[in-house]
Ligand binder design. Structure first.
Ligand code: ADP
Ligand code: ZN
Length: 711
């Protein structure tokens, strides 16, 4: 390794605590260090910042980073500062005094990395200041803002090409997470990049598990999902403002800690909600797509789309807000035919020109294909973005639990025959009513109760029919006529099925496994680790409060997971943990090691006093499992579990014993126990009871008696 390469890796370890680079990072950094221009297109969470932050620390002069979002900028500055980097920000929200101080530090050469907002850097006085400094690198974050092709155009960005021209010999690196080929070219052109190398990383988000479900009973499904998500942060995206408010109110009543967010709220409310979410004070937000830009919360663990978004670009960007710290996250999409029709109507009713509308229809079509797909969803999206591949991703529902297909020729024949016999004059819902033999007015008025297939599909539920027919549409057996009120029409394939014996295979709805299955009682070891995690997080939020910074800029959850997994006992071990660099080690190493030692010591005490079997029961009990469930999970009798709980109660563990035995029962047992001369044998006590009480309750009652006699 050359000394430059060694230097690169030692900074990576000392400042960030990482031992290896991700995807293109290393090549990009080399390119920057060699003094060339580059454009980096990498998905959110891919690790773009390192591509300019690390060179900044290796290059002799100052690195100027242009970033449009002040909240994001502040977090980056805080995080770097905590890692021992000489860093500062410059934007219009700062006081004059702060600006002067920063200027002085710049002149003294006391800053390696300077974050600037675009309107600031373009101010005349500021350019003059920059001219007087030794600048080694410019980094332009969110570079798509320079292009009208991107979806977040900012006029201030276009002026940046003046800076490019004014600093002809300083390398530029532009970075973005959203840019198709046309936008990439436009960025290079607009910024006057000098013969740039374009680095495009895969947009696959491997840590996000994606899933799409028909929206049947979606409220109930959502509540189930939320119960399993425990306290983890998330966002529920809704289609309308009203929906965000309604859903949030309903979930709050159920006891969830949530709020809503949409563009119709006044600025203060929006700010408050965003801040509370960022600080983990609100667990999740029911929001329109207005929520998201400018949120740099790395520990968002899940995204629910409560309705189908209008295109895959939006969908992918929204789910991309989850799991930015690289640890596992979930994305769940609810979709329905109703959403599709509504979105279609939005386009119909919009003022846009026909050409634009045609593109929007096509995009909506792809979104629907995605939602109702039976094959790898990740491939579907990546192919859509022009990244062609066919390997299964293994992190979407269709890869994790491939749907089984069955011969559904008869089902298909019923549906197709009904389409034809209704003279291709009915939409999806009406067709299903005919198939299921409904006598509602529309059916009778159309005379559809007279046709031969009326009621032929009674045995299939309404929702299952919807899914089957969607599959038939996707396979080309039925067509939707968008120009004729979404009526269902036959296709050239229809008659092959009806008259030529063509077989049809559809996904067996009884076989589709939901990815998010019922949570099983966890292993004991994992529960103990939850406890250590909890202690680390408590320490972190205390520190965050003192320092008045967001908790995740101190250490990410991911780093804590690494700590929990390896439980280092020395400073050397701790330095080996991925994500702990030298500076943070020096600052916080002692605290972290003390927490681990304290935790291990408490575990030893627990073990010695109670033995392994009691801890296992206690852990499950604390997780909220009932004695019956614990018995099942541990393959023991319920009586045994009750005796564990009784014992744990006497050892002052938090067992709510009166849930299982009443005060009256306790006093009856006490009476009998006294009659035995305070003997512990259950049978002896049972014999002397004046009314029968189950053995396990006698044991619980004894625990109460013994504990109170000790006091
Ligand atoms: P982006 O700006 O592309 O959205 P970030 O630069 O914020 O992404 O990085 C996302 C996460 O990945 C951060 O938590 C960062 O610490 C982590 N990360 C970046 N590079 C590496 C690496 N080489 N090894 C481990 N983690 C990394
Ligand atoms: Zn897949």
């Amino acid at each position: 390794m050359t000394s430059i390469q060694q230097h690169k890796y030692s900074i990576l370890k000392d400042i960030w605590g990482f031992t290896s680079f991700r995807s293109d990072q290393s090549a990009i950094i080399d390119h920057v260090l060699a003094g060339h221009d580059s454009l980096v297109v990498m998905p959110t969470g891919g690790g773009k910042s390192l591509c300019y932050q690390l060179p900044a620390l290796m290059l002799p002069g100052l690195t100027v980073v242009v970033s449009p979002l002040i909240a994001l900028m502040n977090d980056q500055v805080t995080a770097l500062h905590l890692s021992g980097v000489k860093v500062a920000a410059f934007h219009s929200n700062m006081s004059r005094a702060e600006q002067v101080e920063t200027e002085q530090r710049l002149i003294k050469g006391d800053i390696k990395l300077l974050y600037v907002s675009p309107e600031r850097i373009n101010a005349p006085g500021f350019t003059a200041l920059l001219k007087s400094l030794d600048i080694s690198l410019f980094a332009i974050d969110e570079a798509h803002c320079v292009s009208v092709w991107g979806n977040d155009f900012r006029p201030d960005y276009v002026l940046l090409n003046k800076i490019r021209d004014g600093f002809a010999h300083v390398p530029f690196i532009a970075l973005t997470a959203t840019a198709d080929a046309a936008t990439q070219n436009d960025i290079c052109r607009q910024l006057h990049l000098n013969n740039p190398e374009v680095f495009v990383s895969s947009f696959e988000r491997k840590n996000i598990t994606t899933e799409a479900r028909p929206a049947e009973q979606k409220y109930r499904q959502t509540v189930d999902f939320l119960l399993k998500a425990k306290e983890k942060s998330g966002i529920i995206y809704c289609l309308s403002r009203k929906e965000t408010e309604k859903l949030s109110a309903k979930l709050r009543q159920t006891g969830f800690n949530c709020d809503f967010y949409h563009a119709g709220m006044d600025a203060d409310d929006r700010k408050r909600v965003q801040k509370d979410f960022q600080d983990d004070k609100i667990q999740f937000i029911c929001a329109t797509i207005a929520f998201g830009m400018g949120i740099d919360k790395s520990n968002i663990r899940w995204i629910i789309h409560y309705a189908m978004p209008k295109n895959l670009e939006g969908y992918y960007q929204e789910i991309g807000r989850a799991g930015r710290d690289g640890t596992p996250a979930q994305a769940l999409l609810f979709y329905s035919w109703g959403d599709y029709i509504m979105l279609k109507k939005f386009i119909d009713d919009s003022q846009a020109n026909e050409e634009f509308k045609t593109v929007q229809y096509a995009k909506l079509e792809r979104m629907w294909e995605y939602a109702s797909a039976n094959e790898c969803r990740t491939n579907l999206v990546l192919n859509y973005f022009g990244e062609f591949r066919s390997e299964p991703c293994r992190h979407c529902d269709n890869c994790l639990a491939p749907p089984k297909s069955i011969d559904a020729t008869i089902t298909a024949q019923k549906a197709l025959s009904a389409v034809v016999r209704c003279n291709e004059n009915v939409g999806l819902n009406l067709l299903i009513d005919v198939l299921r033999g409904s006598y509602r007015a529309e059916v009778r008025e159309g005379g559809y109760d007279q046709i031969r297939t009326f009621g032929a599909g009674k045995d299939i539920s309404f929702i299952n029919w919807k899914i089957y027919i969607t599959q038939l549409i996707n396979q080309g057996y039925i067509r939707i006529d968008y120009t004729d009120h979404f009526k269902l029409k036959s296709t050239p394939l229809t008659k092959e099925v009806l008259f030529e014996g063509k077989k049809v295979r559809l996904v067996d709805l009884n076989s589709t496994n939901l990815v998010v299955e019922k949570e099983k009682p966890k292993q004991k070891k994992l529960l103990l680790e939850d406890e250590l995690m909890k202690r680390l997080k408590e320490w972190r939020s205390e520190l965050a409060k003192q320092k008045q910074v967001p908790a995740y800029v101190i250490f990410s959850d991911k780093v804590f997971e690494n700590v929990v997994a390896s439980k280092p006992s020395t400073t050397a071990d701790l330095l080996n943990v991925e994500g702990i660099g030298k500076v943070k080690m020096e600052q916080y190493g002692k605290d972290i090691l003390a927490i681990i030692q304290g935790f291990l010591a408490s575990q030893d005490i627990v073990k010695n006093v109670k033995g392994q079997t009691y801890i296992e029961t206690l852990d499950l009990y604390k997780e909220g499992f009932t004695p019956a469930e614990i018995a099942k999970a541990r393959e023991m009798s319920e009586t045994t579990i009750y005796s564990h709980l009784a014992y744990l109660y006497t050892k002052d563990e938090p067992v709510d014993i009166f849930k299982y035995v009443s005060m009256e029962e306790v006093s009856l047992v006490q009476e009998a126990w006294n009659k035995t001369g305070q003997e512990m044998a259950l049978a002896a006590i049972a014999e002397r009871l004046i009314a029968p009480i189950e053995f396990h309750k006698i044991r619980l009652a004894l625990a109460v008696i013994i504990k109170s006699s000790k006091k």
